[in-house]
Structures are given as structure tokens and as C-alpha cells.
Design a protein around this ligand. Structure first.
Ligand SMILES: [Zn+2]
Length: 553
């Protein structure tokens, strides 16, 4: 058998223990045909083989993004980007330019607005001074807060407040009108609805399905947004991803794209279980799992949110936040959560729970433990997403129960794009040593999976690798950097394992999918501080080139 493509003269890091290093890889039929020395692999060259000289660059398994929001990210690529914008003048200038370029949008929506964008709490009056005659709104980077102007609040019916479920809040001003800040999804979804794109938010908001089901024309618009997200990810070397919101509609869009040959990454889609749902709703998760077979679109897991986020102090803590009498609450009642975990586990479904505060992490571990006690130990690979603070006593429980720490190197304040000032605001000084532990969790046996949580942070895996390698310890805390090979594993084989996809991708081994990424240099020789700026030369998913740097090959 001859190869369709050979990449040779590469520094191949296979992420496979049996043969960790090689010089060349041969591909055929969407799979890896051979891995070995340049001579061994070169013997598979035929007349039609495309041979790519890697020029000594590092060749890795395609990156596995273990936690992102593909549909939301793709949609946001079309909105105003406020990352890096600070101060009223810069904000006003950005919004006015975007408004001029989009005269017909019913809502001018911006992303990436820093909590401290105006120095102090943003009000609707601030945004009215930006633009008063059209609805405008902006989302925080963590996607848990929206600020809106008066026109938007009025159009959304929120100007005089609204009854909200626990944990969601229309912040009110002293004069009895909405202040402009909307906390958590239920509070700001009426604003997002003004855009006509709310059905794309259902996967994260309610776990429900669009009603009516979008017609072919609407689905075409939606698929274009997903395609924009996929292209963005391919440019960063990503060939597999775990979508951390979902519903059947998301799954069906991706399956249509697969049939149309437009799917450039393998995507895992969850059923999103909300606190109000009965146990019988898990049947929908089982149905999604049965509806997705093959090597590109997967289901098989349940996503839940156990708490909110630190900035808005909705993350559930074991102790009160600094200077307050509040610690938030778990979103699932702990005993009921155990029942849900046991039932999902009994159905053979994997569970992924967003848990940020140490209280939420503890309740989640308790739920997984209860499932294991009731159902016996299975190859369940339940996982916890984020783990921003953990009680020291809970650290060894992850490894002991086989719980994956699905964490995000870009997230710790001061490491990448989030300001260090958050630390003072949300964590007591003496707890900084328990915040954003990765090395400690791994040292205690927890499998690691790394991700960006895009669009919450930049999806760039190279920047994430740099963040994981260069993180400076918080004042009084330990060194939580992890070694390069551990980092690379968490972005490839470890992520694949954590998603039950190790039989498909994550390592460069004959028979597995031809998912590869060629980075623009020798990653073992580049200084850690230079990795983030290192480009992706080539991304290949299922044997197909999904990204190629201009001027290469
Ligand atoms: Zn997320």
C-alpha cells in the first residue's frame, strides 16, 4: 500500500508511549498508515503520493480542545470585539464604528467587555452616552454578565426589572429602574433575543430545542456561523473538540455539515441537563447518543452547571467571599444531584459538570462518588470543568475516583488575558494556594484535559501552552506549572481519553485518524515565552488539510 501523503523531516511527537518520537508520518484513507524514520516511511511513497517536507518542525497529533462553545464562538465572530478596549472614549469609538457598519442590525452586540472596562460598574446611562437611539449591549469575557443601554432594556421589557429564577438577576438602581447590568443567562436572554439569534443560545441556556425547528434557510445561516468557528479553530491546529453546551439541534447541524463535507473537526455534543428537569429527561441524552455514530459527531455525555463564576460571585464557595456574608449556592440540590449522576452513570453516559467554587467542586465530587457507590466502578471518566478553587481535602478524591480535571490554562488571573486584580476580589489571601491547581491535581492522580473555553478566552492552543508553561505562582502559592510533555498530552492524547475518543484520535499511531498539526518551529527548542506567538503551519483532520499557512508547501 502506498501513502496518499507523507510528512517527512519532522520532529514527530506521537504522544504514544510505545514510540514517542519519529521523523515521518504516512497517511492514507483518512488514517495514519505508518509512523517511523524518514527511510521507513519514505518506502511507502508512490507516484501519486504528496510529500511534504516539514523542515525540522514539530509534528503533533491534532489538538483536542476539551472545552469550548463552537456555535456561540462562531456566532460571536460576527459581533463587535471589545477585547483590550478600556475607557469610555475607546468603547464609544468601537461601538459607533460598528453601528455605522451595521445599520440594519436590531441589536448591536459586543463581546469581550472587561468587567473594569470603565473602571467602575457600567450602567445603562454610560451606554446611553455611547449610543442612545439603538439597542446596544455588551457581554463580559466569561459570558455571565451583559450590560445594556436603555433602548435595549426597554425593547427587552427589562427596564423596570423582571422576576428571575435563583442565581439570575436584573440589577436594579436606587430609582427602581434597571441599572443596566444583567447577571446570568435568564436575565440577559431577553436582550440576546432582540438579535434574532436566540435559538443558537438554547444549547447553553435551557438545553431545549428551537421551536419551531429552523427551516433550511435558517439552518444554512447557522451552518455558516459554525463553519466560521470551525475555520477559526482549524487555524489554531484543532482537529477535535468537546462542545460544552448542546442540544439535538446542535448535533443535527453538525451532522448536516459532515454530510456536506464541511466538518473540519470531530465534535462531541452534550445533552444539557438543567436543575428543573426530571430524571426522565436523561432519555434525551440517550437518544442523542444513539443518533450520533461514526468518527466525526459524538454525543454520549451530559453537561450540567453546578455554579456560576467568580467575578459576579455566583461561584459557590465553602466560605463567604472576602468582605461579604455571601458564598452563593449550588445550582443543583446536592441529594438530587447524586440521583441525577447515578441515573446518567447507569445509562452509560459520561458527566461533565461546570464547578468553579470549592463548594461546587465538592458537591460535584460527592455526586460522582455516589454514582460509583450505587452502580459500581465503570469506565465512566466523569469530569469536572474549571475547578478554580478546591478544598485541600478534596484534591486526592479526583484521582481516587478517576475524575478528569478539565481545566483551562488561559483562565487564572494574571496568566493570559484576565487581570490579576480578580484574585483580590474573589479569593481570600490564604486560599490563593488552593486556586487553579493543575500540577497538584495531576500529582494526586487526576487525569488532565486542557482547553480554552472559547469564546470565553482566545482559542489559541499555542497561547494556552505558553500560559501553562510560564504561569507565575500567586503570592504565597505553589508552582503550578506542568512540564511541556504533560501540557502537550493534555492538549492531545489526554483530551482524547477524557472524551472517550482515544480509539479515534489523540496519538500518532497507525490505524488512528489522520489528525495532525505541524507547528512553525521545534516546540522543544522554542523558549516557553515564545510559544504563544508560534504559528500553525498545517492542520490536517481525517487526512484532509483544513488549514495551511500562506507560503508553506
Ligand atoms: Zn464553558
Amino acid at each position: 500500500m502506498t501513502a496518499e501523503m507523507i510528512i517527512t523531516n519532522a520532529r514527530v511527537l506521537t504522544m504514544d508511549e510505545v514510540r514517542p518520537r519519529a521523523e515521518a508520518v504516512a497517511l492514507a484513507g483518512g488514517r495514519i498508515l505508518a509512523v517511523g524514520s524518514a527511510a521507513e516511511v519514505g518506502a511507502l511513497t508512490g507516484p501519486a503520493t504528496r510529500v511534504i517536507d516539514a523542515g525540522g518542525r514539530t509534528l503533533l497529533p491534532g489538538f483536542v480542545e476539551s472545552h469550548l462553545h463552537l456555535v456561540l464562538g462562531g456566532n460571536e465572530l460576527t459581533q463587535l470585539q471589545l477585547g483590550g478596549v478600556l475607557g469610555f472614549e475607546a468603547l464609544a469609538e468601537a461601538f459607533r464604528a460598528y453601528a455605522a457598519a451595521n445599520p440594519d442590525k436590531p441589536l448591536l452586540m459586543a463581546q469581550g467587555a472587561a468587567y473594569e472596562i470603565l473602571g467602575e460598574a457600567v450602567t445603562r446611562h454610560d451606554l446611553d452616552r455611547v449610543i442612545a437611539d439603538r439597542p446596544i449591549a455588551m457581554m463580559s469575557p466569561d459570558h455571565h454578565t451583559v450590560w445594556a443601554n436603555t433602548a435595549a432594556l426597554q425593547a427587552a421589557g427589562l427596564l423596570h426589572g423582571a422576576a428571575m429564577p435563583h442565581g439570575h438577576e436584573v440589577v436594579m438602581a436606587a430609582d427602581g429602574t434597571a441599572a443596566g447590568e444583567l447577571r446570568e443567562f435568564e436575565a440577559f436572554s431577553p436582550i440576546l433575543a432582540l438579535s434574532g439569534e436566540l435559538h443558537l443560545q438554547l444549547g447553553i441556556a435551557t438545553g431545549g430545542e428551537p421551536n419551531p425547528w429552523p427551516d433550511a434557510a435558517q439552518r444554512a445561516i447557522d451552518k455558516d456561523k459554525v463553519a466560521a468557528g470551525l475555520a477559526h479553530c482549524a487555524a489554531h491546529g484543532i482537529t477535535s473538540m468537546v462542545n460544552m453546551d448542546g442540544n439535538l439541534y446542535t448535533l443535527r447541524l453538525l451532522q448536516e455539515m459532515e454530510a456536506e463535507g464541511r466538518l473540519t473537526a470531530r465534535v462531541k455534543v452534550p445533552f444539557h441537563m438543567k436543575p428543573h428537569m426530571g430524571l426522565e429527561e436523561l432519555e434525551r441524552a440517550t437518544a442523542m447518543t444513539e443518533a450520533a455514530s461514526g468518527d466525526w459527531v459524538f454525543a454520549g455525555f451530559v453537561k450540567m452547571f453546578q455554579d456560576g463564576v467568580v467575578d459576579s460571585r455566583t461561584a459557590y464557595m465553602l466560605h463567604d467571599y472576602p468582605g461579604t456574608n455571601a458564598r452563593s449556592e449550588p445550582l443543583f440540590e446536592p441529594e438530587r444531584f447524586k440521583d441525577i449522576c447515578a441515573e446518567a452513570d447507569r445509562r452509560g453516559l459520561q458527566i461533565a459538570v461546570h464547578a468553579i467554587g470549592d463548594g461546587a467542586v465538592q458537591v460535584t465530587i460527592d455526586g460522582y462518588e455516589a454514582a460509583q457507590v450505587r452502580n459500581g466502578k465503570r469506565d465512566s471518566r466523569h469530569r469536572i470543568e474549571h475547578i478554580e478553587l478546591i478544598d485541600r481535602a478534596d484534591v486526592p478524591r479526583l484521582g481516587a475516583l478517576g475524575i478528569t480535571a478539565s481545566v483551562q490554562p488561559p483562565h487564572p488571573p494574571g496568566v493570559m488575558d484576565f487581570p490579576l486584580s480578580t484574585m483580590e476580589h474573589v479569593f481570600h489571601r490564604h486560599r490563593w494556594q488552593d486556586a487553579y491547581l493543575w500540577k497538584t491535581l495531576a500529582d494526586h492522580g487526576a487525569p488532565l484535559a486542557f482547553a480554552s473555553d472559547w469564546p470565553v478566552t482566545d482559542v489559541s492552543v499555542m497561547r494556552g501552552i505558553q500560559a501553562a508553561l510560564t504561569r507565575v505562582p500567586f503570592d504565597g502559592a505553589g508552582d503550578e506549572r506542568v512540564p511541556l510533555m504533560t501540557v502537550l498530552n493534555a492538549y492531545t492524547a489526554g483530551g482524547a481519553w477524557a472524551a472517550h475518543m482515544e480509539g479515534v484520535t489523540g496519538r500518532l499511531v497507525p490505524g488512528l485518524a489522520a489528525d495532525l498539526v505541524l507547528i512553525d518551529g521545534d516546540i522543544e527548542a522554542i523558549p516557553a515565552t515564545g510559544i504563544g506567538a508560534t504559528g500553525i503551519v498545517l492542520t490536517i483532520a481525517g487526512g484532509r488539510i483544513t488549514h495551511q499557512a500562506t507560503g508553506f508547501a
